[in-house]
Design a protein around this ligand. Structure first.
Ligand code: ADP
Ligand code: MG
Length: 355
């Protein structure tokens, strides 16, 4: 047989590595948007305006009124692992903010055209910068890449255009813009319910009225009403739960036994990050099974605060999966408290109809 010489092993070009990593973090437009929302909330914003074109593939724009970004930081803003939120590994265990790995903007800049307009309180103007593959880039060929002073108000506007323009296989995998827009509305709706004191709006580019619009002064129930309707909001009961042994506190709103639909809606936040948990979903459905007719499911908004030292948010760059200690005990405690509330509402109603 013919034995050929092995090919030489070579390091991949860093830009190729970064492009691959970016594709792992940002699978669909909604993943970019989630990071941008978390950044805006981290920046102390009370107003977030989102504009979307073609399901976010053509345009994702998010404008906030937060603390802005210092002009001096703009050159490294989109480098990988640059962040204002983490200084040492130990900080990982006490992190209070959402994203912390400094990867979101870097990732986006590798697979989209990214521009940033930002103004801090102490600056007398705003600055606009364009990015390509982690670095400042000119807006048009031949121009300077330096951030340009322009007029603008305090806060930050991030514009993401032509997502996946240089990842044609990924770009082609999206069949329906409205499907991507629905995923975006789902995530915006979640944060709009959770973020007390923050006004959200989300609309399609070129349309006059917003698909989602909440006010900063609205109560949680009113925000749920605005997004999920009165049929849900009219039947909500508040619950609270805590246990020092497991290092957690929980708070939320869940529907009473009058309300049931075919599919459970679970808005789950762990330490203010929107996450998924099939274990929690199943336990809640189990809790309701004795209160609702067969096949009936609830609406639940649950915000869990877990001692950060007990949470492992580092499972995967997408951070959609979260592990925490004593998961079974925490879920059981929360569900017991929900069950007690449901039973109380049930008996008080029976009592009232009897008198
Ligand atoms: P991370 O959020 O993990 O730090 P990102 O890539 O998402 O990483 O953001 C990098 C840095 O850019 C943040 O640490 C923050 O300092 C700054 N930044 C990003 N978005 C905003 C924003 N909307 N307002 C103010 N600062 C921002
Ligand atoms: Mg971030």
């Amino acid at each position: 047989s013919i034995v050929t010489a092995p090919r030489r092993i070579k390091a991949l070009d860093p830009d190729v590595v970064n492009k691959i990593a970016a594709g792992e973090i940002i699978v669909a437009p909604v993943h970019a948007l989630k990071e941008l929302i978390e950044n805006a909330v981290d920046a102390g914003s009370t107003l977030l305006e989102i504009v979307v074109k073609e399901g976010g593939l053509k345009l994702l724009q998010i404008t906030d009124n937060g603390h802005g970004i210092n002009k001096e930081d703009l050159p490294i803003l989109c480098e990988r692992f640059t962040t204002s939120k983490l200084k040492a590994f130990e900080d990982l265990t006490s992190i209070g903010t959402y994203g912390f790995r400094g990867e979101a903007l870097a990732s986006i800049s590798h697979i989209a055209h990214l521009s940033v307009t930002t103004r801090t309180k102490d600056s007398n103007c705003a600055y606009r910068a364009h990015y390509d593959s982690g670095r400042l880039a000119p807006a048009k060929p031949g121009q300077s890449a330096d951030p340009k002073p322009i007029a603008g108000r305090q806060g930050t506007q991030i514009t993401v255009e032509d997502l996946f323009y240089n990842v044609p296989t990924r770009r082609r995998a999206f069949r329906s813009a409205s499907e991507e827009y629905n995923k975006i509305l789902d995530v915006v709706g979640r944060y709009a319910v959770h973020c007390d004191g923050v006004a959200f709006s989300c609309k399609k580019h070129g349309e006059a009225s917003a698909t989602i619009s909440t006010q900063s002064t609205s109560s949680t129930v009113d925000r749920i009403r605005q997004i999920h309707g009165s049929s849900v909001a009219n039947e909500l009961i508040e619950f609270e739960s805590a246990d020092e042994r497991w290092g957690f506190k929980a708070h939320g709103w869940t529907t009473n036994a009058n309300y049931h639909v075919k599919k459970t809606t679970l808005l789950l936040f762990i330490n203010s990050r929107s996450v998924e948990s099939s274990n929690i979903r199943k336990a809640i459905e189990q809790t309701y099974s004795t209160f609702l007719p067969k096949g009936g499911h609830p609406f639940t908004y649950l915000s869990l605060e877990i001692d950060p030292q007990r949470v492992d948010v580092n499972v995967h760059p997408t951070k959609r999966e979260v592990n925490f200690l004593n998961e079974d005990e925490i879920i059981e405690t929360v569900c017991n408290d929900i069950r007690t509330k449901l039973a109380n509402v049930d008996t008080s109603r029976t009592f009232m109809t009897q008198t």
